[in-house]
Design a protein around this ligand. Structure first.
Ligand code: IMP
Ligand code: MG
Length: 422
């Protein structure tokens, strides 16, 4: 399968977890390179549900090396909980999970500041997951962060944490929030540090050994293209580079060693949190929610829903260099009479065939739609391309054509077996 970067081509929750799980069958090493426990990847295997936040989905298959790379921000307490939860479900962790020494840490003051800033913004809030992701990456960029390598050195950690708690308590006080207790945070984090120590290593040298062995490496993206700090709908974005380039900086794998970029997209569009979503549509949201679909894996929030936006996904193919598409959740559209696809935007007498950078312009854009006839047939039992109704095949072919990428995978449900290789 060669070295592959997998990215979300929309606003996150494209069904990456499932596609990663499917692709992992042919991978030796699976790497997370950005984001933190704001991500939630849901994977169903034989009816058992697994929700992963920080641990690469590759952990669910035997003998896969799983790496949490340098670009990830790690809440160690939450990572310990996740590992314990996986162990309880019988997932084998020891010897296959590796945590980068240089990944930055998320602390309770990051979470508290995340929440306080959101409250202060009022109706202009971002709608973050409140996991402290923005403030943690903020500390990293300001060169005031702490890393995994600090966590596992008790003396150093204690001294640095004392400083950090003091500084952040001043900031929290200014917000009118409760200060944090150093001893409580210290105790909690040291316990987590001891638990995580066996997993901590230099993941860059580990990955380069794998490259020299000729292992197949899969870099699993979290969130999606339009949540990218550079290429997304700023400021309604997350704080990492969710696009393909971020996978290289967040892992230490050089760009020229990447052979393929896979972009995952839903057959429609969803978004959690605030910010522009040009094709948003209440009817399709009500329909999907009534089916019990489109509730967030991390926060349980109902996702906003809309029609497929080919202007946005074409842009995603461009900035990520997407070679192959995986289109998911096709079965979500099974009952519709007519399916719309956005093929352009209109705003202030102008038409756009690209995503305008001005957030106010994008927010005011009216989509221009093409219409496709629905197939009115359940697709969840389809296992081969020819099992799909002709209208569904035509719809998917049109999406691939509009986004200018090659349709490689069609997914008709959460199960491993509900995957069609086109
Ligand atoms: P943060 O990453 O928690 O700071 O949230 C920033 C924005 O990204 C919010 O709109 C979140 O809803 C969104 N977001 C963060 N992580 C995910 C994800 O894994 N899936 C979908 N949206 C996400
Ligand atoms: Mg998710």
């Amino acid at each position: 399968m060669a070295n592959t970067i997998l990215v979300g081509a929309q606003w996150g929750d494209e069904g990456k977890g499932k596609i990663i799980d499917v692709l992992t069958e042919r991978a030796d090493v699976v790497v997370r390179s950005q984001g933190g426990n704001n991500a939630g990847h849901t994977v169903f295997i034989k009816g058992q549900k697994y929700v992963l936040h920080l641990v690469p989905s590759g952990i669910l298959r035997k003998r896969k090396v799983c790496v949490i790379g340098n670009g990830v921000v790690v809440d160690p307490v939450s990572l310990v909980e996740e590992i314990k939860g996986l162990r309880k479900l019988g997932v084998h962790i020891d010897g296959n999970l590796f945590l980068s020494e240089t990944a930055h840490l998320v602390f309770p003051y990051h979470r508290e500041l995340d929440a306080q800033r959101e409250t202060l913004k009022g109706k202009h809030k971002i709608g973050t997951t409140k996991r402290g992701i923005g403030p943690a990456y903020g500390d990293k960029a300001a060169r005031t962060g702490m890393r995994v390598i600090d966590l596992i050195q008790p003396e150093r950690f204690k001294a640095r944490l004392q400083e950090k708690i003091k500084e952040n308590n001043e900031i929290l006080k200014a917000f009118g929030a409760k200060p944090l207790s150093f001893s409580r945070v210290h105790e909690e984090y040291r316990t987590a540090g001891d638990y995580l120590k066996p997993f901590v290593t230099n993941t860059v040298t580990l990955l380069h050994k794998a490259l020299r062995r000729g292992d197949n490496i899969l870099l699993e993206g979290a969130q999606g293209t339009f949540l990218d700090i550079d290429h997304g709908t700023y400021p309604f974005v997350t704080s990492s580079n969710t696009t393909a380039g971020g996978a290289c900086t967040g892992s230490g794998i050089p760009p020229h060693r990447v052979d393929r970029v896979v972009g995952v997209m839903k057959a429609y569009t969803t978004r959690v949190g605030e910010g522009p979503l040009p094709t948003e549509n209440a009817e399709i949201a009500d329909m999907l929610h009534a089916m019990g679909r489109e509730f967030g894996a991390t926060t349980g929030r109902a996702r906003r829903c809309g029609w497929f936006d080919s202007v946005a996904t074409r842009h995603a193919c461009m900035v990520n260099g997407i070679d192959d598409l995986a289109i998911t959740n096709i079965d979500g559209l099974d009952t519709l009479d007519t399916i719309k696809v956005c093929v352009g935007y209109r705003q202030g007498g102008r038409t756009y065939d690209f995503v305008p950078n001005d957030i106010e312009v994008l927010s005011a854009c009216e989509p221009v739609y093409a219409e496709f006839p629905g197939w009115h047939t359940p697709t969840d039992k389809a296992r081969k391309w020819k099992d799909l109704p002709v209208r569904a095949r035509n719809y998917l072919k049109a999406l691939a054509e509009l986004t200018a990428a090659n349709l490689a995978i069609a997914s008709v449900g959460p199960g491993r077996e509900q995957t069609i290789f086109v």
